[in-house]
Design a protein around this ligand. Structure first.
Ligand code: ZN
Length: 416
């Protein structure tokens, strides 16, 4: 009888192996084609090449556990959307996908040698970009110095690329781990099958996390945590901003808020993060020339003041005790229009998690972080709805971090 439900075509023979636990689907009937002799492989398609030489072909219906060792690896089976096999086979596929991400071979995306990693860490420990040289070189010195400068810029660019790759791979692995946990939650009898793969993947995730953390600066992450707490600055617009005419006040307000938004979500040192403010000024000056340099210098002075104010907040929090925070990791979002995955974590959030994670619970995609109090406050107050967060209290409850984390149900309770 023709069915209106869509039909899926699934490569059962490729995905279900003799060691795949079938759980309640053990006796599930499955329709196959087989040569008249009744021996040999079972096929999903009557047209399978392996059946071409058979004198005649029979259709047989057999229990899944009987069929499993004999399924043809080249065939696909048409399954109605409401077949319990559809979700099950999908879950097995999701779990078996982990096999590609574990093992001794590094991912081609993050296959950097130790010398490269070390050099990247050494470069990024000083900032995002090479420091400018002091003094004015003569002509001959200038040429050699320009060469050296180019090399330095390349070196920092490569270091930033290594950091981006580690972050990207780490976050992709989170996604695969979370999907495999969801597959197990929906098919609990697959747990024993999934666990060794998940343990191996957890090791890879930790490796990537450490590689990323090594390329970040805790001090920069801490400074950033102060940015949202800053009050709007007094902007006394003087003659140095004459180039902006009557728009000066409005332009500087916008420069401040763009600077604040950019600095509060970044893992860069505050000194390396002045572009957002500069671009606002640059746009507002248009092509006017007179007074350009004065305005740029004055804006640099302003951002230096804002940075100074942030450092005061940091110093004020310096001695506060650390706080433990639970975070539910969001997965990457696939945007079908750009065909790209977007990470809902800001650079700063990713940096905080990479640097301060002390435990993970992959059943719930929750991690525990031990944070400087200022960082904890900023993380909790700024986290969007995509990323539930909560304070964990190990001292008062007397429970271990892993137990606290396992008990935390962000999806049911939201924030406490
Ligand atoms: Zn076949």
């Amino acid at each position: 009888m023709p069915s209106n439900s869509p039909v899926y075509s699934m490569a059962l023979g490729q995905l279900i192996a003799a060691n795949t636990p079938l759980g309640p689907l053990y006796e599930n009937p499955i329709t196959c084609f087989t040569p008249a002799s009744g021996t040999g492989k079972l096929h999903g398609e009557q047209t399978c090449g392996a059946l071409r030489s058979a004198a005649s072909v029979h259709e047989v219906t057999t229990a899944l556990h009987d069929a499993t060792p004999r399924l043809c690896a080249n065939c696909r089976w048409p399954l109605p959307a409401d077949s319990p096999l559809v979700g099950f086979v999908d879950a097995v596929r999701t779990i078996r996908r982990l096999e590609s991400y574990i093992g001794p071979e590094p991912s081609p995306d993050t296959d950097f040698d130790e010398a490269e990693e070390q050099d990247a860490a050494a470069a990024l420990a000083t900032g995002e970009y090479p420091k400018e040289r002091a003094g004015t070189p003569d002509d001959e010195e200038k040429e050699t110095e320009e060469d050296a400068d180019d090399k330095e810029w390349e070196r920092f660019k490569h270091a930033r690329l290594i950091r981006e790759r580690h972050r990207g791979h780490w976050r992709y692995l989170h996604g695969y781990m979370i999907e495999s946990a969801e597959a197990v939650a929906a098919h609990p009898w697959l747990r024993s099958f999934a666990e060794p793969l998940q343990h191996a993947l957890a090791v890879e995730i930790e490796r990537e996390r450490h590689a990323l953390a090594r390329l970040l600066r805790p001090q920069a992450l801490l400074d950033t945590a102060a940015i949202r707490a800053l009050p709007s600055p007094e902007l006394n617009v003087g003659p140095e901003f004459a180039i902006l005419g009557s728009d000066a006040d409005q332009t500087l307000r916008r420069a401040w808020s763009e600077w604040q938004d950019s600095a509060a979500t970044s893992w860069k040192a505050l000194e390396d993060d002045h572009f957002a403010a500069y671009f606002v000024l640059h746009d507002a000056m248009k092509r006017r020339r007179k007074g350009r340099d004065e305005a740029v210098t004055a804006l640099e002075r302003l951002t230096a003041e804002w940075i100074g104010a942030a450092r005061v907040v940091v110093a004020h929090h310096g001695r506060s005790p650390r706080r433990m925070v639970a975070v539910k990791l969001p997965t990457l979002h696939y945007d079908p229009y750009s065909a790209e995955s977007r990470d809902p974590l800001t650079d700063w959030e990713a940096g905080i998690i990479a640097t301060y994670q002390i435990a993970a619970n992959w059943d719930t995609a929750a991690v525990a972080l031990l944070l400087p109090s200022l960082v904890a406050e900023h993380l909790i107050s700024d986290a969007g709805s995509l990323m539930p967060t909560a304070y964990l209290d190990a001292e008062e409850s007397g429970l271990s971090v892993s137990v606290l984390l396992a008990n935390w149900r962000p999806d049911e309770t939201g924030r406490p």
